[in-house]
Design a protein around this ligand. Structure first.
Ligand SMILES: *Cc1c(COP(=O)(O)O)cnc(C)c1O
Length: 409
């Protein structure tokens, strides 16, 4: 892999690109130029590193999970602790990076979309820190399901703009945020939350998240004196995974596994595993793997973790899969829940249900791996946001074992 990806048109091999209406192009070109300048600017990089250190708590630790390793009776497992970041997950790395980029461009206002609300919270926090106005678009169905995050976003001084269109969820919110951006581009930056969307977003979000892998590389070399054998991360849009993987891509002996949401099973609509049952297509400005039905309509998706519940995957992941550099697999709702409890009881950590998918993959394969194998798992976020979901599932399990239907709540 000597060729630079993405190329000048934003392609990662056959994936990526810039599939947008003419009206959006000037804004993307302005962003591309500004980002190219910031990327070369040592003062920008220093300012961002300072903010990540003093405001977000970076570097996050790399923890040896000794009791988890022992419980699984296999390899030595390390956790990269993005759960300890300010606002509870890796999303703040990108939110702060883009907010700082926007301010450098002279913008005074941020717009963003959010589904589960986590990206909305990170964006609102970044906007407040840098003294910028912020509007977060959110489908009304998501607002109902994610009421605590709606409250958080508002308390951080941002406006939540309800979206009534379509299914009133993430994809409708993306359309509205894009429309706002194009209308107000002189003052406004669109802060996209994962390695998705038209070029240059998959590139710049990846760059802002590689701080995860750069730190992890330094940390494992310090504690073990060698590189890990295997990296594991969950993949929604794919930003925490690419952030961990990217600084190791040239290390041929480091294997990598991306874990998608297997949901309730293999039927279309029951999962969000784009590489199992998906095919190539264009969604929200980028060419990648998508879940659609026979008529080419975007299919409904399901995962117990809202952050993995999206019908498309970042184009660079489609590229790395085509190259055979990263392997992708899926883990279902039930295994993720079991991994949640396993990590809680062995390590005293409540993981985000997204991250629990990565833990579950390791739990499933640990016995097949030699004891001297070094595994590094990205713990992308903390589980506080998922307590209701986990407690509800415990209620259902108890009811099932008594042969009753779950109590409605
Ligand atoms: C949003 C989120 C994800 C999924 O997003 P990626 O872009 O795939 O990283 C994973 N884990 C947590 C904790 C999240 O909040």
């Amino acid at each position: 892999m000597t060729k630079r990806v993405p190329d000048r048109r934003g392609y990662f091999g056959a994936y990526g690109g810039r599939f947008v209406p003419e009206t959006v192009m000037p804004a993307l070109l302005e962003l591309e130029r500004a980002y190219a300048a910031c990327r070369r600017d040592a003062a920008f990089r220093r300012r961002l590193a300072d903010l990540l250190r003093t405001h977000c708590g970076r570097p996050t630790p790399l923890s040896l999970a000794a009791r988890l390793s022992a419980a699984l009776g296999g390899p030595k497992i390390y956790l990269k602790r993005e759960d300890l970041c300010h606002t509870g997950a890796h999303k703040i790395n990108n939110a702060l990076g883009q907010a700082l980029l926007a301010r450098t461009m002279g913008k005074k206002r941020i717009v963003a979309e959010t589904g589960a609300g986590q990206h909305g919270v990170a964006t609102a926090a970044a906007a407040a820190l840098l003294g910028m106005e912020c509007t977060v678009y959110m489908g009304t169905e998501d607002m109902r399901r994610q009421a605590p995050n709606v409250a958080r976003i508002r308390l951080l001084g941002a406006e939540v703009a309800p979206v009534e269109a379509g299914s009133r969820t993430l994809k409708d919110a993306i359309n509205e945020a894009m429309r706002d951006w194009v209308t107000n581009v002189r003052t406004t930056h669109y802060l996209l939350g994962s390695v998705l969307g038209p070029h240059p977003y998959p590139l710049l979000v990846r760059d802002f998240q590689t701080v995860i892998g750069r730190e992890a590389r330094r940390q494992i070399l310090r504690s073990e004196g060698r590189l890990p054998d295997l990296l594991v991360a969950c993949v929604g849009g794919g930003s925490n995974a690419i952030g961990l993987f990217h600084p190791f891509l040239r290390d041929e002996r480091v294997a990598m596994v991306g874990v998608e949401a297997g949901g309730r099973g293999g039927a279309l609509g029951a999962h969000a595993a784009r590489f199992f049952g998906g095919s190539e297509g264009v969604l929200h400005g980028t060419r990648s793997f998508l879940l659609h039905d026979r008529h080419g309509q975007i299919a409904p998706t399901h995962s117990i973790s809202a952050g993995l519940d999206y019908p498309s995957i970042g184009p660079e992941h489609s590229f790395l899969r085509a190259q055979g550099r990263v392997r992708y697999t899926r883990v279902g709702d039930r295994a993720a829940l079991e991994a949640f409890h396993l990590l809680a009881r062995t390590e005293g950590i409540l993981p985000a249900l997204e991250s629990a998918h990565a833990i579950a993959y390791v739990a499933e394969h640990a016995r097949a791996l030699p004891k001297k194998t070094l595994v590094l798992v990205n713990l992308s976020g903390r589980g506080d946001k998922d307590l209701d979901t986990v407690r509800k599932s415990l209620g259902e399990k108890r009811a099932r074992s008594k042969g009753k239907s779950p109590r409605s709540r």
